[in-house]
Design a protein around this ligand. Structure first.
Ligand code: ADP
Ligand code: MG
Length: 449
């Protein structure tokens, strides 16, 4: 695969020469005349070749910004004879190498090739280490199943970059947890992590919440206010329930992802920001694409690194480890003596289909701890929230014994709301209803709060 080199140099002539030389040496080349331009496209670079003296930003500042976007990329500084000391400083600050101007083509090629080689070795080393120290836990995320192992490896690989990550999976599979892990393993860990729950914000307030507003932008806007994206500048934005974003906001998100720019509501001033985006969805976005509810261009921008987190019923080998993890996490605070689970208890947990995934398992254990007076949780202490899934008996295609249709419908509505964490739009989708149709049924059943 061809390596891509980003050349940042304000002097046009030198820029062209470098482009010619590097292209002829078999590299793909991106050019930038300013540090700002360079930062914008540094995510895809395999190596950065930059002038130490750039307009408006010195080489050291530039270096630290590059590291935020692309933690491991080699950076070679080009410097004029007089500024060797700064070059030394740059090396201390993490530059890979430097070139004294003027330099010949051969020397350039050598330095570049060496930096890329060292990078490749380091990458390999990191990978080997990751394989050796097979992780069954990633921070506090538990996972023994091959699926989860793969997810941990991906987190490790993408966290250091600015790449956009799209987490897909049912409610309760651990999307929030994984989004946090990505942020805290990135070079942005000391910067803000701002979570935006796209279903929790009413549509008419969404733009001002996300992008901020200027004084007088609407009635009641007595002061100016930055939005969530501005709060997250230099950090990470976690866009939860991205599938529910209205079309008008989708356009603006696309612009943030593409151009890293936006305007506050009521303002003509374009603002630039540097955020890493992690998005999550529990609906199939491709389906939303087909129905035209989600923009295709936004989908592809978000889906740079897709992470699909399987439901718990598809990785049952994780259940015992998760159960023990929750006992140790929750027992001390609940004043419980429980330290383990009996074999019968564990069998019951493993047999269940966990419609609410890990969140439900955590709740079941928490309640079990309260019930149990012994030191081991037994099957009787484990109260499952819904009946085990009926097994393909054709008789079961009728109402359960002694139940009326209304009661049955109520149960189904409750279950849908529970699976959707109380979110009505989502519950409606699970049932194949519109939100209004669901509302209507809930009211009819006297269930609408
Ligand atoms: N693999 C895991 N290991 C440990 N705890 C987990 C794991 N997955 C989920 N949890 C816990 O389950 C609950 C639900 O997880 P969350 O990340 O909020 O799910 P989602 O965002 O997908 O709905 C949280 O309390 C979380 O800490
Ligand atoms: Mg969540």
């Amino acid at each position: 695969m061809k390596k891509r080199i980003l050349v940042v140099e304000d002097e046009e002539k030198l820029r062209r020469v470098l482009q010619l030389q590097l292209t002829s040496a078999g590299y793909d080349v991106d050019l930038a005349g300013t540090a700002e331009e360079g930062i914008r496209i540094v995510d895809r670079a395999d190596l950065v070749l930059t002038d130490l003296k750039l307009p408006r930003m010195d080489g050291l500042q530039f270096l630290s910004k590059v590291r935020l976007q692309n933690a491991h990329v080699p950076v070679i500084m080009m410097t004029a004879f007089g500024s060797v000391e700064t070059a030394v400083e740059a090396m201390k600050a993490g530059a890979t190498d430097f070139l004294l101007k003027p330099f010949g083509f051969d020397h350039l090629q050598q330095v570049v090739a060496k930096a890329l080689e060292v990078r490749a070795l380091r990458d390999e080393n990191r990978q080997l280490k990751a394989e050796l120290g097979r992780r069954y836990e990633f921070d506090n995320i538990i996972g023994r199943s091959p699926n989860m192992q793969e997810i941990f490896a991906t987190i490790e690989r993408v966290a250091p970059t600015r790449a956009t990550v799209l987490l897909a999976g049912e409610s309760g599979v651990g999307k929030d947890l994984i989004a946090r892990a990505i942020h805290f393993h990135s070079p942005r860990r000391d910067r803000p992590l701002v979570k935006i729950n796209c279903t929790a914000i009413p549509e008419n307030l969404m733009e001002s919440e996300l992008f901020g507003y200027e004084k007088g932008a609407f009635t009641g806007a007595n002061t100016s206010k930055p939005g969530k994206f501005e709060q997250a500048d230099t950090g990470t934005v976690f866009l939860d329930e991205i599938g529910d974003v209205p079309a008008a906001i989708q356009v603006k998100l696309l612009r943030i992802l593409q151009e890293r720019e936006f305007e506050r509501l009521g303002s003509n001033t374009t603002r630039h920001i540097d955020v890493r985006v992690v998005a999550a969805t529990n609906r199939d976005l491709r389906e939303a694409l087909e129905q035209g509810a989600f923009r295709e261009d936004l989908y592809y921008r978000l889906n740079v690194v897709p992470l699909n987190i399987p439901p718990l019923r598809e990785r049952k080998q994780d259940i015992p480890f998760l159960a023990n993890h929750f006992i140790h996490k929750l027992a001390p605070d609940s004043g419980s003596r429980v330290e383990s689970i009996t074999e019968a208890g564990m069998e019951k947990l493993v047999a269940y289909h966990w419609p609410g995934n890990v969140r439900e398992l955590e709740n079941v254990i928490e309640r079990g701890l309260v019930m149990c007076t012994e030191t081991a949780l037994d099957a009787a202490d484990i109260r499952l929230e819904s009946a085990p899934r009926p097994r393909g008996n054709s008789d079961s295609h009728f109402l359960p014994d002694g139940m009326t249709l209304d009661q049955y419908e109520q149960d189904i509505l409750k279950e849908a709301l529970r699976r959707a964490d109380g979110n009505k739009s989502q519950a409606a989708r699970l049932l194949g209803l519109t939100r209004n149709a669901l509302r209507y049924r809930l009211t009819q059943m006297g269930m609408e709060a």
